[in-house]
Design a protein around this ligand. Sequence first.
Ligand SMILES: CC(C)(COP(=O)(O)OP(=O)(O)OC[C@H]1O[C@@H](n2cnc3c(N)ncnc32)[C@H](O)[C@@H]1OP(=O)(O)O)[C@@H](O)C(=O)NCCC(=O)NCCS
Length: 191
Amino acid sequence: MSQVAHELSVERVVALSDADLEDLCEATDAAIIEGGGFGWVAPQGRMALARHFRGVLLVPERELFVARLDGHLVGSAQLVRPARNNEALAWAAQLTHAYIAPYARGYGLARMMVNRVEERAAALGHRVLNLDVRETQRTAIELFERLGYIRWGTHPAYARVEGRTVAGHHYYKTLEPVRGRPTEALFPQDP
Ligand SMILES: CC(C)(COP(=O)(O)OP(=O)(O)OC[C@H]1O[C@@H](n2cnc3c(N)ncnc32)[C@H](O)[C@@H]1OP(=O)(O)O)[C@@H](O)C(=O)NCCC(=O)NCCS
C-alpha cells in the first residue's frame, strides 16, 4: 500500500452528481470484473449501472452509502429496510451490495462504510442487520467476521456463477439502540 496520506470518507447519499455517478459506475464495473460483490457477474457498462443507481435512490426501502478516496467515489453499499407491511420483521434490516473498487482496497474504507450502515440502521430503530455472501468471497467473509457478524447458516445452492453452483453464508449482527434494553435481552430465553 502507498505511504501517501489519503483522504478517506463515507457518507449516505440521496442524490448523485454526474461526476459522482461516473466514478460510481467505474468503481462498480471494476469490482464486477475483478470478481463480483454486486450480484452481477459480467460488467454492465455505464448506462445500465447509472440506471441502477438512479433507481436505488428512488426506492423508499433502500439507502445508498458511498466511500470516497481523495474525493472520488470508489465503492458503495446498500441498506435495505423491510417492506412496510412486514411488521414482524421490522426490527431487522439487510446490508447488501457492499464493495470497494480494487484500486481503493486496503485503506479501511469497507470497514468505515459497514460501520456507517450499522449506525444508520440502529438510528432507524433496527436491532438486527442481516447479510449474505458467496462462500468464494473470502475477503468479504474476513471483513464481516472481523466486524462481529455471526454466521448462522450456509445455503448449499445459494448462487449460480459461470455455470457453477456456489454456496453462500448467512450472517447477522445485533445493533444496540441509543436508548432502551440491550438487543440480546430481547432474544428468546432458554426455558
Ligand atoms: C471485501 C471488500 C469490501 C473489502 O474492502 P477494503 O476497503 O479493502 O477493506 P478494509 O480495508 O476496510 O479492510 C477491513 C477488514 O477486511 C478484511 N480484509 C480486507 N482486505 C483483506 C484481504 N486482502 N485479506 C484478508 N482480509 C482482508 C480485514 O479483516 C480488514 O481488517 P484489518 O485491516 O483490521 O485486517 C473488498 O475486498 C471487495 O469489494 N471485495 C469484493 C466484493 C465483495 O466481496 N463484497 C462483499 C459481498 S456483499
